[in-house]
Design a protein around this ligand. Structure first.
Ligand code: KIV
Length: 262
């Protein structure tokens, strides 16, 4: 079983690791067989499973249902579940809802947001619930951000993301997902933090990459520019997953066309 310490040790050895979303048992088994180090039950299930425009309607019960299904397919990968919109609005809500996801089989929970989450992350980790932070493009805040846009392009915004990341690490976060930022900021975060930084549309220099499963199999209705369809060059879904992991570990993915500049 892959542990958070294993992923931190990989960062220490400058070994990149791969992660991917999953929502059900059968894909989870393939992901586990492909040796992908971390699987995220993403609230992107609102988009790719439920056909919604945003992740906002996803509930804790839905996350728990998909977490249970994925968990049954996993022997080795670290299992991380997203806390959905408003399920961690207060530390008390976060403790209650994170417990539901952990009891459904998650080994860690992921929360979107910056400085305001410091106390919540402290309280969760103090009670034995590991936390992955999520900064940059945070889809649950799409209406506040004004769309699914690259974040951290301006100097001040980039500095705020770095400050938030350091604060959340200090509060106890053990992983960070950074989404849709210029490659230079992805690199800066990986250098500034001791915890592994997992990029999605954040350039080639983060400690790891994550993709939405249905994007990398080319079956999402909206294909993001930072993703890559690995299926055409593979004979099977398993081979596509293996290719993805190999290209992440070897640094071939993401290539320049999947990255954003300042
Ligand atoms: O919900 C999700 O799939 C995610 C990834 C995009 C990181 O949060």
């Amino acid at each position: 079983m892959t542990t958070i310490d294993d992923l931190t040790a990989m960062k220490g050895r400058s070994e990149k690791f791969a992660s991917i979303t999953a929502y059900d048992f059968s894909f989870a088994k393939l992901i586990d067989s492909a040796g992908i180090e971390m699987v995220l039950i993403g609230d992107s299930l609102g988009n790719v499973i439920q056909g919604r425009n945003t992740t906002i309607p996803v509930s804790v019960d839905e996350m728990a249902y998909h977490t249970e299904a994925v968990r049954r397919g996993i022997d080795r990968s670290l299992v991380v579940s997203d806390m959905p919109f408003m399920s961690y609005a207060t530390p008390t809500d976060a403790l209650h809802n994170a417990a539901i996801l952990m009891q459904a089989g998650a080994q860690m929970v992921k929360l979107e947001g910056g400085e305001w989450l410091g106390d919540t992350i402290y309280q969760l980790t103090e009670r034995g619930i590991p936390v992955c932070a999520h900064l940059g493009l945070t889809p649950q805040s799409v209406h506040k951000i004004g769309g699914f846009k690259v974040q951290g392009r301006e100097k001040k915004a980039a500095e705020q993301i770095v400050a938030d990341a350091l604060l959340l690490q200090e509060a106890g976060a053990q992983l960070l997902v950074i989404e849709c930022v210029p490659s230079s900021l992805g690199k800066l975060l990986a250098q500034a933090l001791n915890i592994p930084v997992i990029g999605i549309g954040a350039g080639p220099d983060t400690d790891a990459q994550i993709l939405v499963l249905y994007d990398m199999l080319g079956i999402s209705p909206a294909f993001p520019r930072f993703s890559k369809n690995f299926l055409p060059d593979s004979d099977s879904v398993l081979m596509a997953l293996q290719q993805y992991a190999e290209q992440v570990r070897g640094g071939a993915f993401p290539a320049a066309e999947h990255c954003f500049s300042e």
